[in-house]
Design a protein around this ligand. Structure first.
Ligand code: IMP
Length: 185
């Protein structure tokens, strides 16, 4: 029988990405579509640690949560931990407008994943991917900033890739694979 891991997220795509990584493993990802309080912080890790702390009252274990951010070099790392707010307010078209006159389009996507088996046990896994912000939206799959992000060494946006290819390159793919490797030791 597979060991269940509860992934608390309101983002169905993140759940699908995690399922794809754990498909042929002894673990089964269960989607818990709950919200948790996200503190304001310039770093992702405190957000994840606090989220796991607040969720501990529910007693759901083992549990994982994940927080990501897009850090644009020429904007001094903006929007970073505020990526969700910027995506919901400006969207990809607003962000592209904001970057209209910017030539250096280097950016990094970061993912921090927190995994917990009890209120006193938290493990943190991090992944990041460098790439470029496009000048227009390209591609149909994925979510969020996927249509405007091309990982270094590639010519397609995350939105043009299938889930397996995105997972093999992406910030979240890396943090989830680190968790998987750790669980399989
Ligand atoms: P969250 O707070 O981790 O949900 O993500 C912050 C923002 O970054 C949200 O607007 C997400 O849509 C976006 N985001 C997170 N991960 C990805 C990704 O893998 N591709 C594209 N956008 C992402």
């Amino acid at each position: 029988m597979k060991t269940k891991i509860f992934f608390v997220t309101t983002n169905h795509n993140k759940y699908l990405e995690a399922c794809s990584i754990f498909r042929n493993s002894d673990f089964l990802i269960i989607h818990k579509e709950d919200k948790y309080h996200e503190i304001q912080s310039n770093d992702l890790e405190p957000i994840v640690r606090y989220g796991l702390k607040t969720l501990s009252s529910k007693g759901i274990y083992p549990i994982m949560i994940e927080d990501s951010g897009l850090f644009i070099k020429n904007l001094n790392g903006f929007p970073g931990p505020y990526s969700s707010y910027i995506f919901n307010t400006l969207g990809n078209s607003g962000l592209l407008k904001l970057m209209k006159k910017i030539d250096d389009r280097q950016a990094v996507f970061k993912s921090v994943l927190g995994y917990s088996t009890s209120s006193s046990s938290i493990k943190i896994f991090e992944g990041c991917v460098s790439g470029k912000i496009t000048t227009r939206q390209v591609g149909k799959s994925g979510f969020g900033f996927d249509p405007i992000f091309i990982p270094d060494g590639y010519t397609e946006t995350f939105s043009q890739m299938n889930i397996e290819t995105k997972n093999s390159l992406s910030h979240r793919g890396k943090s989830i694979y680190l968790l998987k490797n750790c669980l399989e030791i």
